[in-house]
Ligand binder design. Structure first.
Ligand code: ADP
Length: 484
């Protein structure tokens, strides 16, 4: 069905303690292609028991894994990275089939995903400690950093490979084993990564993938005292539940949650660059990323000109099955996602917004949706408050810098923010004034393995990628050396 060079990458079993397994119950969950509705295969519907065994295996693997030198761990991670790149075409095909994004984007994600493994393999060699001047003449202060221990990860469907490697890379490099529960809609990308990890020589138990029942697996991961840290990417709503579940055992938490990114175009912006940035930030992955522009604020003087240019650019997007050449927008992940976009559009139009492009389900059916632009959007509309997670660009109007800063910050989220301007004073004032973990200035794309990714306010806790990303998997130990 899928024309893979290496069909063994499409694996339909869970991976626990170095073994490929079915669920204890024998139950399975089907995985569908959102572009066609066809069934791609199925995964074991595992639950608490299998998760407990994966956690126990991680605990058993931990002492030997942490004892390895960073260089030894890096050698295995490097091999894993190389295998991802060597198999990028197959991994991209698997991803497009289960997730829907265009093949070129899927391939881009594989390269991006692999980059976290390479980066952290190297960064693991630079886990430096400290010495501090002692207040006592006969004692010295030494600070070391140690791996926190067994980690668990719960990942979403929008970046089926990168959201895993961004967590597994720093964990493993730091010396922590990890058990991953991938999203039930996109498990094959995760399992393909496990196939390659095994081929790279990853010791049993260091990296396990448990598929199946999200609640049961999540309850075990959060409740099991052997798990020292949970890392999650997904909705704010589920993040809150997991945080609560982690409270009794006081686990360290990294949470990458929802966003509601403002994208501001000032009068002095390079409009063509702003349109290009908006297109990339808004319509990539059909608008299904947590850093997607959700609210586009355009200053009075360029409002109509920007709207016209954006509509013209959107007309150039090609909607279709991501496996077909030239397609730039695949289907949304599922019908529920389409309903949310429809709800946001209907609400905005009912309250006086103007439809400039798209606005409805695409003629291709399934969960395809037309790239949409609406104008005259105001703060009382749903789209101002909630993350749309779809191909809808709502254009708000503003006149002053202070006004737009207040509007941009008027949300409980604070993940990414973008703005376009060429005035150096304004650039600093706005960049500093935005309440968000990341700011794109004259750039609609900001993610890479070297920079810290993460949010403020209710967009989450912690940072992924960068030199800061590995800190989340380390604990500080103070050694007081006496008797000198
Ligand atoms: P999204 O909007 O990306 O689907 P979710 O937060 O629902 O966001 O899903 C992200 C991940 O969280 C997925 O792997 C999903 O299976 C998992 N998940 C959802 N609900 C729970 C839960 N109650 N406990 C543990 N994991 C969950």
């Amino acid at each position: 069905m899928l024309n893979l060079k290496d069909p063994s990458l499409l694996c339909q079993q869970g991976y626990i303690d170095g073994q490929w397994l079915n669920a204890d119950s024998g139950e399975r969950t089907e995985v569908k292609n959102p572009a066609t509705g066809e069934t791609l295969g199925s995964i074991p519907t595992m639950g608490a028991d299998e998760t407990r065994r994966a956690i126990a295996a991680a605990g058993a693997a931990w002492p030997a894994w942490r004892k390895k030198s960073a260089k030894e761990r890096a050698a295995i991670l490097r091999k894993w990275h190389d295998l991802m790149l060597e198999n990028a075409d197959d991994l991209a095909l698997i991803m497009t089939a289960e997730q829907g994004k265009p093949l070129a984007e899927a391939k881009g994600e594989i390269v991006y995903a692999a980059s976290f493994i390479e980066w952290f393999a190297e960064e693991g060699k630079r886990i430096y400690g400290d010495t501090m001047p002692s207040p006592w003449p006969d004692r010295r202060i030494v600070v070391t950093k140690e791996p926190i221990g067994v980690c668990a990860a719960i990942t979403p469907w929008n970046f089926p490979a990168a959201m895993i490697t961004r967590k597994v890379g720093p964990a493993l490099a730091a010396g922590c084993p990890m058990v991953v529960k991938p999203a039930e809609l996109t498990p094959f990308s995760a399992l393909a990564l496990a196939v390659l990890a095994e081929r790279a020589g990853m010791p049993a138990g260091v990296f396990s993938v448990v598929t199946g029942n999200a609640r049961a697996i999540g309850a075990e991961m959060t409740g099991n005292p052997a798990v020292r840290k949970l890392t999650f990417t997904g909705s704010t709503q589920v993040g809150r539940i997991l945080m609560e579940q982690c409270a009794p055992t006081l686990k360290k938490l990294s949470l990458e949650l929802g966003g509601n990114a403002p994208f501001i175009v000032f009068d002095d912006a390079d409009l063509d660059a702003a349109v290009e940035g908006a297109l990339a930030s808004k319509y990539r992955n059909a608008g299904q990323t947590c850093v997607c522009a959700n609210r586009l604020y355009v200053q009075d003087g360029v409002y109509e000109a920007f709207a016209a240019k954006l509509v013209a650019a959107v007309a150039g997007l090609k909607v279709g099955n991501g496996q077909e050449p030239g397609v730039t927008q695949g289907p949304l992940i599922e019908d529920k996602a389409v309903e949310k976009v429809e709800q946001h559009i209907a609400d905005a139009l009912a309250k006086g917004a103007r439809l400039l492009a798209g606005g409805k389900r695409h003629a291709l059916g399934h969960s395809f949706f037309e790239p949409t632009v609406i104008a005259d959007v105001t703060s009382d509309m749903l789209v101002a408050r909630e993350e749309t997670f779809g191909p809808l660009a709502p254009l708000f109007r503003f006149s002053t810098d202070d006004e737009v800063l207040a509007l941009a910050n008027d949300t409980e989220f604070g993940l990414a923010a973008y703005f376009y301007s060429r005035d150096i004073g304004r650039i600093w004032r706005i960049a500093e004034g935005l309440e968000s973990g990341m700011v794109g200035v004259n750039s609609g794309l900001i993610s890479n393995e070297i920079a810290p990714f993460g949010g403020v306010k209710q967009s989450g806790l912690g940072r992924e990628g960068s030199k800061y990303g590995i800190e989340d998997y380390l604990v500080v130990k103070y050694i007081c050396m006496g008797g000198i």
